[in-house]
Ligand binder design. Structure first.
Ligand SMILES: [Zn+2]
Ligand SMILES: [Zn+2]
Length: 127
């Protein structure tokens, strides 16, 4: 594979994240990025995701019991949460945080961080 082609693929994956504006799975990335760059194989997407992770451009989203999702590091760096739509299996960003979680933990425990994923139906699935 030429360096030029590889650069184009990495750029296409990056653009896909920016346009989607939400966390994406490998399958979603593959589906969306193939529209921009035809003949983009699933293995290429895996490879590009690994490379972009190593370069610190994207980060994986921790979501219990779900297949891996990825988001831009610039988004991941800011504290936020996610909403998972049970019908279409898409993840969306939630920018608020309920806070006050120290009230919930047992006495003497020390809270260091938290993950929060709300679930239900997204706007298109709920209507
Ligand atoms: Zn949905
Ligand atoms: Zn929070």
């Amino acid at each position: 594979m030429t360096v030029q082609r590889q650069t184009k693929q990495l750029q296409a994956i990056r653009d896909t994240f920016e346009q989607a504006g939400r966390p994406l799975s490998i399958d979603e990335l593959h589906g969306l990025a193939s529209k921009e760059l035809d003949s983009l194989g699933l293995r290429t997407v895996y490879r590009a995701v690994r490379r972009l992770q190593e370069d610190g451009v994207i980060a994986s989203v921790s979501a219990l019991g779900q297949s891996d999702r990825y988001e831009l590091e610039s988004i991941a760096a800011k504290h936020h949460h996610h909403f998972h739509c049970k019908a279409c299996d898409r993840f969306f960003d939630i920018h608020g945080c309920p806070g006050g979680l120290n009230k919930l933990i047992p006495k003497g425990f020390k809270l260091e961080n938290h993950d929060l994923t709300l679930s239900g139906l997204c706007v298109s699935c709920a209507s």
